[in-house]
Design a protein around this ligand. Sequence first.
Ligand SMILES: *Cc1c(COP(=O)(O)O)cnc(C)c1O
Length: 421
Amino acid sequence: MKYQNTEAFAKQQDKEDALSHLRNRFHIPKDKNGNEWLYFTGNSLGLQPKSTKEYINQELEDWANLGVEGHFEAKNPWLNYHELLTDKMAKIVGAKPIEVVVMNTLTTNLHLLMVSFYRPTKTKYKIVIESDAFPSDRYAVKSQLKFHGFDDEDGVIEWKPRPGETLLNIEDLESILKFEGDEIALLLIGGVNYYTGQFLDIKKIAEIGHSKNCIVGIDLAHGAGNVQPNLHDSNVDFAAWCTYKYLNAGPGSLGGVFVHEKHAKNKDLPRFAGWWNHNKETRFNMRQPFDVMEGAEGWQLSNPPILSMAAIKASLDVFDEVGMDALREKSEKLTGYFEYLINEIDSDDISIITPKNPKERGCQLSIQVKNADKNLHKKLTQNNIITDWREPDVIRCAPVPMYTSFEDVFRMVTILETLLK
Ligand SMILES: *Cc1c(COP(=O)(O)O)cnc(C)c1O
């Protein structure tokens, strides 16, 4: 696509964009004078669909009117509420319904999945993570190592960018497995790296891990609703993600879990239990010995918070209406335009660390600004531009195809250019 550095071009793109109407379905935050923010942090907390209130109100009303009977009599009976989310969530991550469940929060889910899938032995116990893995994931794997009685320094192997580079190279993961694979039990990798925005080849990672009999788990916090990870085809063993980033389900909302179909019927996998992973048919008899459900549902423990699930349902209904194919198509154009405009800025201080190939990234661009300090981020905020600052010098910006316009992108870069001068 041939881009142009003019406001008229940006406006024309919005006119031709078949998804531009979606913006109206979201609350766009405004400043005190009523001017809309240029919101580039959908990778951190997605904006609120206008329909969310109605979905949550429905459950509040059913609770008010029905009390405990709401479990069966609510418009959307609470007992099986999570099932209303499964198909739509499965489509978003490219999974079969039996492979997906919405439950708990991301880090909690990573631990529950590691209970089943991180089964270290005395000699095969190490865990591979990216060197700039999200801190929570690093803490989680280190605590698993310690929990199993291993040294949490020795037990973590970092997949690092090469000296002088910022992105990961799949060949380096191959060498790690080639030389240390016999000691490695688990690969836990961010499918889209939160810092660089690099979208890794998940299928290839699974192949590399499995070639040495390692389990492969993917953290999709920055992937779900952003890229198409095709989890089932990728053959990874498990994955987990949150719904408050690209999935617009509100602060701290419940997470999603994927367990590959090949593990769906394996009732021998060690796991923690509660009444919610017990067979639905006999759950309320309360007297049976534990009988675990098949598929991802077999990792649930508790009856889930319906109000959070209502917010997820509101958002997934919008995703389902549009579909990830259309969103991705727009996303590649929109981020391509953003990239083009950033590269047009006449300054040697600014560069993009995210991969140039649209297939190796989602919507986020991580922009490195030489000699910048947090002041730049502050000035952006004063100009109604909401971005995310990462020390020492990176601004992460996510033009989200669901509600960001080409004009937003144009205005954002125009202001950034002025501030850099
Ligand atoms: C956002 C994010 C988290 C946050 O975990 P919570 O348990 O939801 O607080 C963890 N890991 C990654 C990679 C993230 O991007």
